[in-house]
Design a protein around this ligand. Sequence first.
Ligand SMILES: Cc1cc2nc3c(=O)[nH]c(=O)nc-3n(C[C@H](O)[C@H](O)[C@H](O)COP(=O)(O)OP(=O)(O)OC[C@H]3O[C@@H](n4cnc5c(N)ncnc54)[C@H](O)[C@@H]3O)c2cc1C
Length: 632
Amino acid sequence: MSYFIMDDYDVIVIGAGHAGCEAALASARMGHKTLVFSINLEAVAMMPCNPSIGGTGKGHLVREIDALGGEMGINIDKTFIQSKMLNTAKGPAVHSLRAQADKNLYHIEMKKTLENQENLHLKQGEVVDIIVEDGKVCGVITKTNAAYRAKAVVIATGTFLRGKIFIGEAAFESGPNGLAPARDLSSNLKKHGIELRRFKTGTPCRALSKSLDYSKMIEQKGDEKIVPFSFMNDDLKKDQISCWLSYTTQETHTVIRNNFSRSALFGGQIEGVGPRYCPSIEDKINRFSDKERHQLFVEPEGLDTDEMYIQGMSSSLPEDVQRDFYKTIPGLENIEISRPAYAIEYDCIDPLMIKLSLESRQIENLFCAGQFNGSSGYEEAAAQGLIAGINAALKISGKEPMVLKRDEAYIGVLIDDLVTKGTPEPYRIMTSRAEYRLLLRQDNADIRLTDKSYHIGLASEERYRRFLAKKEHIEKERQRLEETFLMPLDIKEFLESHESTPVQNKVSLAELLKRPELTYEMLAEIDPVRPHLTSHEITNLEVQIKYEGYITKQLQQVEKFKKLENKHLDENLDYSAIDGLRIEAMQKLSKFKPASVGQASRISGVSPADINVLIVYLEKQRRMRDNSNRNN
Ligand SMILES: Cc1cc2nc3c(=O)[nH]c(=O)nc-3n(C[C@H](O)[C@H](O)[C@H](O)COP(=O)(O)OP(=O)(O)OC[C@H]3O[C@@H](n4cnc5c(N)ncnc54)[C@H](O)[C@@H]3O)c2cc1C
């Protein structure tokens, strides 16, 4: 195929979804000439499914993206229409922020940010092939036969690669939301030796609000006190709009059961594997047949539209069945469906074929991110996009990649799970996936990550200044609370008013704050002269003091974890030469070339016994090296 050279870039990003936007902004902000493609510019940061950002585990990712200098947190703070902190009845490790977004506004704001970003060029066009020379990627070719050369390329194609929509018996090529799919890139990637597989996901119908009866639903309001996602924002004030809770009925279940055979899912048309944690309603009724009812949330899609999203009710049943089962739900009896529910199948890579830096194991300087890597969710995609963009920029500057560890960030857990353990279905982050979740809280993401991002040239001066100020304010205030003592009589009334046990001896403010029934705000009654702290600072300070014991214990566990994590493995290590390794382990280690003994221990098929053999072998090698150095 003949093509003409259009232009040269440092980094090219294929896709301007949640992953592509973060990748492109990171590379451009690190000073590299960057080009980002989208088949349709209306798909920039499009939310083809739920109109929300955050939630359990996902809220943590957004905070980490923000702490690293990414855009998602700032963009949702600009465009949210409702905000809620989830799991507040549980410990701080699982407190998770979730914000309803105005989808259209979210797209518009992110597109503006890309358009105004220095070093960044945004183009509408479909990439049909990558250019590979001597095992290294060096550009892309578009449908119009235009070639763009680059030192690195990021693939972030989401659910578009050979996209296929299923609605009952109907099946047709399409991207999400009726947008054009990417038809040609898949077959060309295969020609370059990249194996692809089929995954699927689904979405519920959209309905016109005027056709719904909210008197039969339970209103879900946002929080009065709005907590910002971005550490660049202290306090946010905004009128919020509500979501609504309803439930399926036995009649809903009957209509769906009677039509299982017409579901694309059960009819066998769909070959792609779907997400276990976002099942379709027919899948839920089939798997949890004993359940009386399933909850659903009716969520606004935005301020300038009457469309509502019916969360929890995705389906690939035919339209007539959809009409019939939605009508059985309290409040939806007169539903007017503006967009039918559907399932979409698409091509994605097996993440075992990429490294912890998100670089392909087969083609040098080719990075992969988002749904293309087998994950599901805007937040998971954005997190990977950010790391892929950062590492593409670092790689072409000859610098070491940024690899976040499992004890440093949920992003580290996400990427390590994908590239080390792999995933048989679309992978969704959850707090239960993190071993050290008390250390990986939302409130300390900047303390954990901003310094790293500043020193690779991404986090801005303003962000770094805020981070340093926050750290200093918290440390100073913690010291002041630990060194400020009060006498029993002076606080007797205060403790009684908060039903807190009286004290016999003088006590520090920090000791009082350890009490679950007392908060930093309450202590102001007996500690009037205090510095002003932001809500971000207060949250972090309180957790540090109240959970000090648990945090210390978890830090000790991390020390053990680091022992194996810091035992690096050479990429050229010949595992067939290690006596005592089982064949399966030898084959797996040779194929995946883990970066450390810690990563090796998480590869399925590598047993603890194999790890011991490996450690003994490494120790012997080390001694032999030391001996030969001493003899030289
Ligand atoms: C129907 C549906 C239901 C979903 N349901 C859920 C759910 O229930 N829960 C959940 O967590 N997530 C769900 N998602 C997933 C969520 O939308 C994605 O995780 C997220 O959008 C992935 O972001 P991404 O950046 O990887 O890809 P996308 O947001 O899909 O963006 C891909 C971008 O790549 C561009 N592109 C693709 N191919 C090319 C090409 N060849 N050339 C140029 N540009 C190209 C597109 O134009 C687009 O800009 C659903 C998605 C869909 C479509």
